[in-house]
Write a protein that binds this ligand. Structure first.
Ligand SMILES: Cc1cc2nc3c(=O)[nH]c(=O)nc-3n(C[C@H](O)[C@H](O)[C@H](O)COP(=O)(O)O)c2cc1C
Length: 217
């Protein structure tokens, strides 16, 4: 698959088949992720991969933590966003909502519970960075995550980046022996998409280039 097609086709997947992903495939995908560029080749990313019983244990812990703390999905800031930006989220929710309500859950319940269970994917990857790095290095990690998502897609696998789980960083760190020196940035679900699930039957849109690009000539 060429890279442009992978970019055009990739989307976040929120229902998975109960089909294992081979360790070899996971390793190949991670080997592609680390090909991402980084400032002076620091490669500040680290990945913790859980599958099988360990992933189930992690999910149980996250679902328990969710019941106790009920972290809501949101933009990760209390600052009011300009309307043209918040409308993008509203539009995405409006696209997702009818597909999700078909599953009998409310939007928030589906996203918050689904995120904590990695949407039933067989593999859950936790992306961390050493806290000694400044926030600007998160950018490098984001590039590696993009590579990971695209490599997975090119191999016929599906993913969903899951930022919500970072709110449960204490639980995750304790479960997976992640040192206090590491910041948990993101979870990623990885598996084979359940193409028949209504929750995978939509695609989000993007703002028009003229909204976000300034040209000088
Ligand atoms: C940093 C980041 C965090 C995200 N967190 C979540 C999450 O917690 N739960 C979820 O269901 N989707 C999450 N997503 C997926 C976004 O909702 C999704 O990427 C966006 O709606 C665009 O849709 P697409 O990925 O299908 O193109 C996250 C995506 C990114 C990049």
């Amino acid at each position: 698959m060429d890279i442009i097609s992978a970019m055009q086709q990739r989307k976040s997947t929120r229902a998975y088949l109960a089909k294992e992903v081979s360790r070899r495939d996971i390793e190949e995908i991670l080997s592609c992720a680390v090909l991402a560029p980084s400032a002076i080749n620091l490669q500040p990313w680290e990945f913790i991969v859980t599958y099988g019983d360990e992933k189930e244990r992690l999910v149980r812990r996250l679902l328990k933590a969710r019941l106790e703390r009920q972290v809501k999905c949101g933009p990760g800031t209390d600052n009011p966003l300009p309307e043209r930006i918040s409308l993008r989220a509203k539009e995405a929710m409006a696209i997702m909502e009818p597909h999700i309500s078909a599953s009998g859950q409310t939007f928030n319940q589906f996203i918050e519970e689904g995120s904590c269970s990695f949407y039933g994917a067989p593999v859950a990857i936790i992306v961390v960075i050493d806290k000694l790095f400044p926030a600007i290095r998160y950018l490098d990690v984001g590039l590696a995550v993009s590579y990971l998502l695209l490599a997975a897609h090119a191999k016929g696998l599906a993913t969903c980046p899951i930022g919500l789980i970072a709110a449960y960083n204490d639980d995750i760190s304790q479960m997976l022996n992640i040192s206090e020196e590491k910041e948990i940035l993101l979870g990623i679900s990885l598996g084979y998409a359940d193409e028949n699930s209504p929750v995978n039957a939509f695609r989000t849109r993007r703002a028009d280039l003229k909204e976000i690009v300034t040209w000088y000539e």
